[in-house]
Design a protein around this ligand. Structure first.
Ligand code: 13P
Length: 386
């Protein structure tokens, strides 16, 4: 396990020892011994707080969000194929360089989630991407699951794998410079789905992953994604999302995960893509916020939505509407951890051509800024002309 200097308490951890020292000071200041002992106890608790607690608070601070750039080589290649971009490691590296070196990314993005491949790559001038992010003041994260595989005995459902050897991988990622991690579970809505087995198995894996992250000093981003594909109504998505989140927080509790040292990455509550009845941003915002208020403990510092394939502007509008209508009464920051809803316009412009890097970066930065505005509740889809 990595040793972090700020995890070491420099004061006596026995309350009695602190109390007797406080007695001397009390004689001088006139304050009661118990008052001073309380203050000392609070100071000590803060000093001995694991560093990942501070990182969890930082990730969504100042209305910034997370940028997911953690598509597996296979998924990245599929997205490249649409635009005729070479499906090679060199092309993926070049694309990630475009994203990670976009000037001013830090103005809207607090943390970037990388794939293992990218974590070990460098710019064309030889600077490791992790170093580029560190210099920019952006926290490095890493996707640590190894993908969703078929769930035995449950056709059409998936279980995310990657727990074997995870402790060792997390320690390596910490040494390389990562300070947070991501694990995505997928839940499918369909005829009779999701099954209890799929919800429980995925929640259990998320709980075990999150505990391992905190043990290694990394903030777990806990991502249970209820997929948008299907004919289901908003109400069905609401019921399923609520069941899934309740199951996840039960497992996090069973595994003794510190809720103040994690980020939740859920789906917005939406009608299925093929449902004829699609709802307004206001309806979606209110249903999503109510769902989260019923299921997410106040100790969690931040909720960062995935975009799940929503059109980029709609994702910004829905997040903005949530913050505009509810921000003042929410215990957690409500932000974003988008991949497609930030990257897609940039990818469409780049198309693998060096000459398009600058306009592609501008498009990326524009979407990142729109989503920062959405965190403040000030994004207006009508004025978003790009
Ligand atoms: P999308 O925003 O494209 O859904 O991706 C988020 C993500 O990280 C999925 O794991």
């Amino acid at each position: 396990m990595p040793v972090m200097s700020d995890e070491k308490s420099t004061v006596d951890s026995h309350p009695g020892g602190e109390h007797s020292r406080a007695g001397t000071a009390a004689d001088l200041s006139g304050q009661t011994e118990s008052h001073l002992a309380c203050e000392a106890y609070e100071r000590r608790s803060k000093a001995s707080e694991p560093a990942y607690i501070g990182v969890a608070k930082t990730l969504l601070a100042d209305d910034k969000g997370l940028l997911a750039v953690d598509e597996s080589p296979g998924t990245c290649n599929q997205r490249f194929a649409v635009f005729g971009i070479a499906q090679s490691e060199a092309a993926r590296r070049a694309y990630r360089e475009l994203i990670l070196t976009a000037p001013g990314l830090v103005d809207s993005i607090g943390g970037v989630i990388l794939h293992d491949e990218t974590l070990h790559q460098s710019t064309k001038w030889g600077q490791a991407f992790v170093e580029v992010l560190r210099e920019a003041g952006i926290v490095t994260g890493v996707k640590v699951d190894i993908g969703a595989k078929d769930l035995a005995m449950h056709p059409g459902e998936k279980i995310t794998e990657g727990l074997d050897g995870l402790r060792e991988r997390l320690n390596t990622y910490f040494r390389v410079g990562a300070r947070f991690a991501k694990w995505r579970a997928v839940i499918t809505i369909g005829h009779g789905l999701p099954s209890r087995a799929s919800i429980e198995a995925n929640a259990h894996a998320l709980g075990r992953y999150a505990a391992l992250c905190q043990e290694a000093g990394l903030v777990p981003v806990v991502e249970p994604e209820v997929l948008m594909e299907g004919h289901h109504s908003l109400t069905t998505c609401l019921e399923v999302t609520e069941q899934v989140l309740l199951a996840v927080f039960i497992q996090l509790d069973h595994q003794d995960v510190r809720l103040d040292g994690m980020i939740l990455k859920p789906n917005m509550v939406l009608a299925g893509l093929d449902c004829p009845q699609q709802l307004s941003a206001e309806e979606i915002a209110d249903v999503t916020v109510d769902c989260l208020r019923r299921t997410v403990p106040a100790a969690v510092p931040g909720i960062a939505f995935l975009s799940g394939g929503q059109p980029a502007k709609l994702a910004s509008q829905r997040l903005s509407t949530m913050n505009r209508r509810s921000r003042s009464r929410l215990p957690w920051a409500l932000g974003f951890s988008f991949a497609r809803a930030i990257q897609q316009p940039a990818l469409e412009i780049w198309r693998g051509n060096d000459a398009n890097v600058l306009p592609a970066q501008q498009a990326l930065l524009h979407r990142a800024r729109c989503n920062r505005d959405a965190c403040r509740g000030t994004y207006e889809i009508a004025s978003d002309q790009q």
